[in-house]
Design a protein around this ligand. Sequence first.
Ligand code: DSN
Length: 500
Amino acid sequence: MNNPVAEYLASVKPEAVNTAFLAYLCGLTETAAIAPKIAASIVGELENQRKRVKLIASENYCSLAVQLTMGNLFTDKYAEGMPGRRFYAGNENVDAVEADAAAEARKLFGAEYANVQPHCGADANVLAYWAILSARVEAPALEALGETNLYKLSGAQWQELKRSLGSQKLLGLDYYSGGHLTHGYRYNLSSRMFDVHSYSVSGETGMLDYDAIEGQALEIRPLILLAGYSAYPRKINFRRMREIADKAGAVFMVDMAHFAGLVAGKVFSGDYDPVPHAHVVTTTTHKTLRGPRAGLVLAKQEFAEALDKGCPLTMGGPLPHIIAAKAVAFKEAGRDEFRDYAARIVENCRALAAACINNGLTVLTGGTDNHLILVNVNELDNGSGRITGRQAESALHECHITLNRNSLPGDPNGPWYTSGLRIGTAAVTTLGMGTAEMEELGAIIALVLKAVSPAPAGSKAKYTIEPGAKAEALDRVKKLLDRFPVYPELDLEFLQKAFC
Ligand code: DSN
């Protein structure tokens, strides 16, 4: 097509113009004029997402309002500092956007303080860790030296202060129990910043054992007690965790990246809402919260000063165009429809867990309280050997079901091959699917997993899948997705003709 925008406009009556589609079309036309392959890949991604059902627990589909807010001239601005106190001139509008986004975040979560600058969850965690170190370790150390300003320290004092900062204890959920890499995993910066200790889920129930955590915390006396997860299917009692932190003299930090949408949507309230209980809460904004790919830190006022020094502490220039999209997402998450959405995520997840169990799969802890379940695929023996999480993930992807393999507590197959699958319902709930569709998805997943065998025998990555089962699964996924298209506002056929 010479000019896709003109062709589209000529094909519709003015009152029938689809503005979201038109906006996409204009954007892709600009992109294709410079980089046609990039435009084709964007359309290719839509095609891919239309034909594969997304069950990755950490992904979602944000609104087109959020997406379109990201593509604007704010990307050209440098804005180190905080609203009203920048290291560059010309930030009047960035100030307005950032102040609005932070106010929306505070209102949505009932937080005393919000920093909307982190680019992602890992960024938010590094900022939170250093702000806690600054407020609780560095500031008292400076005070003991009769100083408030790092620049006034002698070379020897500065060296001594730096040495002391890395020796504090962090106590978080261990990786195999569902903790995140940034919670002290050996290959992550967090394990170099802190003397890391971990608590695990109970070997009997697969759930957190608060009395055991309390015993550990009182023995270790960490600077930070950290709660939160990437792969734990149950809710956490944050009031109880705060009690433990207080007894141990620790700062209580929560990483709610996975379940921020359930907090915003009031599914997790009272003892299960981390914001009133924790000193510092971090999150991503793109998982259950359904905003742009980015991060956020919420905190009690005590940490505001340290967090406001995020630049130059751990961050450079913020991304004002993404912060604008965060403001849009926070407004969306404050609506009644979002509460309904959050409740349906969990309802769907419970239905999916039941469907998996009814179809003979092993679901850890016997169910879920949140948006994800963990399935132990290593329990299945299809006659020619047990499969790994990696084989299960690949076979399901071949059948157009996208999810990810995951380590399980005490996993004999390690973090690469794994024995588990993590399955989440945030994205399919956005598409409008309900419990009937979860029953169908559970049945299709079981159909595929029961048809997979390691091949050659003993392989942890290669596999065969029985062709009849694969054909049936592909057909059933297609029928499901035909009823629930991703971004129905976008005319895929038109975009393919224009850009592919
Ligand atoms: N990668 C995200 C997840 O899948 O949980 C967190 O980093």
